[in-house]
Write a protein that binds this ligand. Structure first.
Ligand code: URP
Ligand code: ZN
Ligand code: ZN
Ligand code: ZN
Length: 484
């Protein structure tokens, strides 16, 4: 049965035009004027865009002695409610666990997904087994991105020798390394010092992770990636210090992408000074929220193109879980939600204020991720042949964000009370209407895994250049005799 989205304005990363979009068999089959289908979705007054891609989520993530509360069921339901039609989650081996073994666990968790998804693989320890299994992860499983934590000392953190080894392996396999860039050694020292001085509240979390720990680690990861001859993706860029390192690298021709989060763009550090412990602890995430100067830097990066994709790092813990850290901020599970709110918040605070054009919005919420992660134009596009993952956004529709009406399983929302303008009228996931005139009609298990190919264009270009400029011995004819 075909569906036609009629009377809307198609908005992609580079074009805006009036057209109908015909969908059949889960794909976009025709784009043009006056199309007809078995079912009509009226998009009068709306923008017809590629569904959102959130390149960074943690659904049912084992972390800090607990599991994040949104799993693939509630998490992808929240995603669809907010116009996101694909999430990319992190398969996370516990130190000592094989990569393929961990993947099996993530395969099991994700069977309930309402929308399509892919995985990044985390490198949380290093060994010959990890080195070997990386190949099967890329070639057999179509997972071409490897995440490295430079923070969480004693748990997920890897050191520079491990980073360099893994980055070189990524280069060989045509994969892309990603980093959570914070200097974990310094964070551990600062945390211990703060606790010893009686700073044990949630604000201690922010004090323990100043922008310098992020700037230093970002710069280090960029240089290590350059030496390994591989592109680099920096997750949750929260501050000017990290953004500045990325900007400089890009101006030098290095292939580095930065990902700001909707939380860092719209919420600031004053949240941690709230008198209510729960309020502050619910906002504890790494890196922490920053001041306005850093927020402006992130917006400028989206405007100028030095930052590429807006994500959520959705990692939702309930208030009860956050209370594990009463009396010791280092035990507050790190993470915040945002899957349902990313698109309405970025539309409201980005397009609504004139900071972003609608095309830049589409690039930042969908197309850039699809291109970097090498699943474009199957995802991230309104093109004939693309998956019919489509967001029909009504720019006049408003709501006040509230935990009382959200899909997420947790009992609060960090954006509580924010007025947003620009909400989904329809959301299609591979042609299936999951949001109908603003009402949810999701289907558990509809989501499919998206396999990705290694050796995307940037990897190829970079390895050609590295090969061309690799150290070579100078050919000499008259070599003098060895001196005595
Ligand atoms: O605080 C955060 N960001 N929690 C999720 C795990 C991570 O570091 O991305
Ligand atoms: Zn992280
Ligand atoms: Zn994360
Ligand atoms: Zn289905």
């Amino acid at each position: 049965m075909s569906k036609v989205i009629k009377n809307g304005t198609v908005v992609t990363a580079d074009l805006t035009y009036k057209a109908d979009v015909l969908v059949e068999g889960g794909k976009i089959v025709e784009i043009g004027p006056d199309l007809a289908g078995d079912e009509t979705l009226d998009a009068t007054g709306c923008y017809v865009m590629p569904g959102g891609i959130d390149p960074h989520t943690h659904l049912e993530m084992p972390f800090m002695g607990t599991y994040s509360s949104d799993d693939f069921e509630s998490g992808t339901r929240a995603a669809l409610a907010g116009g996101t039609t694909m999430v990319v989650d992190f398969a996370l081996p516990s130190p000592g666990q094989g990569l393929l073994d961990a993947l099996q666990m993530w395969d099991n968790k994700s069977t309930r997904a309402h929308c399509d998804y892919s995985f990044h693989m985390a490198i949380t320890w290093w060994s010959e087994q990890v080195f070997n299994e990386m190949e099967a992860v890329v070639r057999d499983r179509g997972i071409t991105t490897f995440k490295h934590f430079m923070a969480y000392k004693g748990a997920l953190m890897v050191n520079d020798d491990e980073l360099y080894a893994s980055f070189q392996r990524c280069a060989e396999l045509g994969a892309i390394p990603m980093v959570h860039a914070e200097n974990g050694d310094v964070v551990a020292e600062l945390s211990a010092k703060l606790l010893a001085a009686g700073n044990n509240g949630p604000e201690g979390h922010a004090y323990s992770r100043p922008p310098q720990v992020e700037g230093e680690a970002t710069n280090r990861a960029i240089m290590i990636a350059d030496m390994a001859g591989v592109p680099l993706y920096v997750v949750h860029v929260s501050c000017e210090d990290s953004h500045e390192a990325i900007r400089r690298a890009r101006m030098q021709g290095k292939r580095v992408w930065g990902e700001p989060l909707i939380q860092h763009l719209t919420l600031d550090e004053s949240e941690y000074f709230d008198k209510d412990w729960d309020h502050a602890a619910r906002r504890v995430m790494s890196p922490p929220f920053r001041n306005k100067m850093h927020q402006d830097s992130l917006w400028n990066g989206l405007q100028s193109g030095s930052l590429s994709c807006v994500a959520t790092d959705h990692c939702a813990f309930s208030t009860d879980q956050k209370r594990y850290g009463v009396g010791d901020f280092t035990k507050i599970p790190n993470g915040t939600g945002g899957l349902e709110d990313r698109i309405p918040m970025l539309w409201t605070y980005g397009v609504g204020t004139g900071r972003l054009t609608p095309n830049e919005f589409v690039a930042a919420t969908s197309t850039n991720s699809a291109k970097i992660l090498n699943c474009y134009p199957r995802k991230g596009a309104i093109l004939v042949g693309a998956d019919a993952d489509i967001l029909v956004l009504d720019p006049e529709k408003t709501k006040t964000i509230s935990a009382a009406t959200q899909q997420s399983a947790i009992d609060y929302n960090v954006f509580e009370g924010k007025e947003v303008k620009g909400l989904p009228r329809f959301v299609l996931t591979r042609g299936r209407v999951a949001v109908m005139d603003g009402e949810m009609q999701p289907e558990e298990g509809h989501g499919q895994f998206v396999k990705r190919e290694p050796s995307g264009a940037v990897n190829k270009a970079l390895s050609s250049w590295k090969e061309l400029t690799a150290p070579r011995p100078v050919e000499r004819s008259g070599i003098p005799a060895t001196g005595v």
